[in-house]
Design a protein around this ligand. Structure first.
Ligand SMILES: [Zn+2]
Ligand SMILES: [Zn+2]
Length: 333
């Protein structure tokens, strides 16, 4: 079978690989479409410390079941690309999304940019969705999990800092729960998509002052929940500074450098400061429900679909100018 293989940083080729061996109880899938993620781009650029080469990238997967005892052949599915060890503290607490020994498809293990894939049935989610929508499920779950961590309800005002892929999922999740949802970004095009995904208010920090605007929108109280989805020290700090007293701060962004804080705010405001990583099965099911209700601007969120033979060109073009694309998908089958 054909597979797209990262041989090393910036080195990518289509190779012939043996079809996967289907272990007892596993399900054989024919891959239909793959969404490329920022982590695939980082792997391609040699900037993902978790990845080793050679590696088949891709973990946002739309596929059809070929054979497997647990699921009927022909079923359209997407899947959870993570593993969990069952033994670490996170797994023992029923939070396998934060498994200490997680291996993600396309990162520590070969991923989905190939014709066939064998996976355990518990990783699969069947849904009545288009191929594009199935590929969007996993990236959206990350924002949905953050909103679940923030215990967002319909009576909350939620501000999401960063409306890129991950932040957009948080916007959609917050809107889906009926919360007043403030999308914050520096890019009007991203904010417009955030509006279509469920943001009730938009804030462009190149024009609007963050503090004054959030204060205006919340009667001076600050948002009940702030979700940080960028990973900059300034936005890590802003989340703690702008959130309401007794509010919740959720971090999904990875800061690449240490962040200096006014820690007295943690105490004075009695904040819940929460990390959020990957997603749980209930997050997958909630995203699928939202997509099945047609509440997400799928056409706006996907910038281009390339055939598998052009996957190397697609990654090269994306790497040359990341701002030109939002989400790229690869048609495999
Ligand atoms: Zn991803
Ligand atoms: Zn574990």
């Amino acid at each position: 079978m054909k597979a797209v293989v990262l041989r090393g940083p910036g080195e990518i080729a289509i190779e012939d690989r043996p079809e996967p061996l289907v272990a007892e109880g596993s399900v054989l899938l024919k891959v239909d479409m793959i969404g490329l993620c920022g982590s695939d781009l980082n792997s391609y650029r040699g900037k993902n410390p978790m990845v080793s080469f050679p590696r088949i990238p891709g973990h946002e997967i739309s596929a059809t079941v070929v054979e497997g005892a647990a699921v009927a052949a022909g079923t359209q599915v997407t899947l959870s690309p993570y593993t969990s060890c069952g033994a670490c503290a996170a797994c023992r607490r029923g939070r396998p999304n934060a498994c200490q020994n997680n291996q993600t498809l396309g990162v520590q293990r070969d991923g989905g940019l190939t014709e066939y894939l064998a996976v355990p049935p518990e990783k699969l989610y069947a849904a009545n969705l288009s191929l594009k929508e199935l590929c969007l499920v996993e990236p959206l779950t990350v924002g949905f999990h953050a909103v679940a961590r923030g215990r967002v309800t319909g009576s909350d005002t939620v501000a999401i800092i960063g409306c890129g892929g991950v932040g957009l999922g948080a916007v959609a999740a917050s809107g889906f729960r009926g919360a007043r949802t403030i999308g914050i970004d520096v890019d009007d095009a991203k904010l417009e998509i955030a509006r279509k995904a469920g943001a009730t208010d938009l804030l462009n920090t190149t024009r609007d002052d963050l503090h004054t605007t959030l204060a205006d929108l919340t009667g001076g109280l600050g948002p009940d929940v702030i979700i940080e989805a960028i990973g900059l020290p300034s936005t890590f700090r802003a989340a703690v500074e702008e959130v309401a007293f007794t509010g919740r701060v959720v971090y999904i962004g990875y800061a690449k450098e240490p962040v200096a804080y006014e820690t007295r705010l943690f105490v004075q405001k009695e904040l819940d400061i929460l990390g959020s990583r990957n997603a749980l099965p209930e997050d997958f099911r909630e995203v699928i429900r939202m997509l099945e209700e047609g509440r997400f601007p799928v056409q706006d969120a996907v910038s281009r679909i390339f055939p598998m033979a052009e996957a190397p060109e697609a990654l090269a073009a994306w790497s040359a100018d990341p701002s030109k694309f939002s989400k790229i998908m690869i048609q495999v089958g």
